[in-house]
Design a protein around this ligand. Structure first.
Ligand code: SF4
Ligand code: F3S
Length: 106
């Protein structure tokens, strides 16, 4: 499966969702999760993300490993998103912030 990581938090650009052939993205207040039961590992979403938040599970950076379980936990709780929409208002500000786990809203 593919995994959304910390870079997405408080940005949520949503370019990724338009290209997913199986509608695997789920939307939370300020983060997206990929449903591991839906993702078919096509990888087309990866280059769409302006903040490089999406990784194949086996390529998730060491300091982002908790996001594998987090995507699996949050995806079933959130609604499907299939169309790109406006990013969060302060997305461009948050894009340059590396440590923003504390901002995650469920
Ligand atoms: Fe969707 Fe493909 Fe990305 Fe999986 S890797 S979330 S199937 S676009
Ligand atoms: Fe998040 Fe990147 Fe998609 S910021 S919403 S993973 S395009």
């Amino acid at each position: 499966t593919f995994v959304v990581t910390e870079s997405c938090i408080s940005c949520k650009y949503t370019d990724c969702v338009d290209v997913c052939p199986v509608d695997a993205f789920r939307e939370g207040p300020n983060f997206l999760a990929i449903d591991p039961d839906e993702c078919i590992d096509c990888a087309v979403c990866v280059p769409e993300c302006p903040v490089n938040a999406i990784f194949a599970e086996e390529d998730v950076p060491a300091d982002q490993q908790d996001f594998i379980a987090l995507n699996a936990e949050l995806a079933p709780k959130w609604k499907t998103i299939t169309r790109t929409k406006a990013a969060l208002p302060d997305a461009d500000k948050w894009a340059s912030v590396a440590a923003k786990r504390a901002e995650l809203k469920r």
